[in-house]
Design a protein around this ligand. Structure first.
Ligand code: BTN
Length: 252
């Protein structure tokens, strides 16, 4: 099989692997050995791919598995909002490589959806030296290019199933390009423009939403994204809640 040529913007370094346990794990190993910001780990296959909430991320050859190592100079709570930047960058990359045929929506906190089905998931992991400043961030992004898991509870799709059988290498190049376009925006203007771009693609905005939190379940309408990345849920009576973590379900 001929290897695809990956074009990375200046300052990004590719670590290309046939198979690995998890690109996030590999990124963390590299980070612990002092790898610089901009290391992009890409594997054709993962044997222990991980999703959020301890779920497995099934990772056969044919889909995209990547993890980006970043060392932003800001507190962890600020750095965590970079997942929204990654979601926007990946949505734009999918749009580009599909020739504008597929326009993913961003589902809070960081899934990409097409026609109400999940096509991509993002897993952010971080390390701090002192509990508040960021040592590094590892942002893993998986995209269903050729395959998608058959899970009735969480319907998924793939680019192939949507009639856009793109090359994983091209998608990775486009993604790196979009990250390189957005990161300087973040560095110079902060979260506001990222938030705006994310909201333009927000899945379920204005729709009924159920948020399952550790202690309770809230029902209301998804009315916005707060400056700190929280989902804003408005109950029927008008009370607004900022949801920082948890799982949300749209009745759609
Ligand atoms: C989710 O939606 O639950 C997040 C899924 C994240 C999957 C990606 S694939 C590349 C990277 N390596 C992993 O083990 N997980 C992330």
């Amino acid at each position: 099989m001929t290897k695809p040529t990956i074009r990375l913007p200046e300052g990004y370094h590719l670590h290309e692997l046939e198979v690995i346990d998890s690109t996030n794990e590999e990124a963390k190993r590299l980070a612990d050995k002092g790898a610089p910001s901009g290391a992009l780990i890409w594997a054709r296959q993962q044997t222990s791919g991980r999703g959020r909430r301890g779920r497995a991320w099934v990772s056969p050859v044919g889909n995209l598995y990547s993890s980006l190592l970043l060392r932003p100079d800001c507190p962890l709570f600020e750095a965590a909002k970079l997942t929204f930047l990654i979601a926007v960058a990946m949505a734009e990359a999918i749009e580009l490589v599909s020739g504008n045929r597929i326009r993913p929506d961003c589902k809070w906190p960081n899934d990409l959806m097409v026609n109400g089905r999940k096509i991509s998931g993002i897993l952010l992991e971080s390390a701090s030296n002192n509990g508040s400043e960021t040592d590094y961030l590892v942002i893993g992004a998986g995209v269903n290019v050729a395959f998608y898991p058959d899970d009735a509870e969480r319907p998924a799709t793939s680019l192939s199933a949507l009639g856009a059988p793109v090359s994983v290498g091209e998608l990775l190049s486009a993604y790196a390009g979009r990250v390189a376009r957005w990161l300087p925006v973040w560095e110079t203007q902060g979260f506001a423009p990222i938030r705006e771009a994310w909201l333009m693609r927000a899945y379920g905005i204005g729709a009924p939403v159920i948020a399952r939190l550790t202690e309770r379940t809230l029902e209301g309408t998804f009315v916005g994204l707060d400056d700190d990345g929280s989902l804003v849920l408005r109950e029927t009576g008008g009370t607004e809640h900022r949801i920082g973590a948890g799982e949300v379900f749209f009745k759609a």
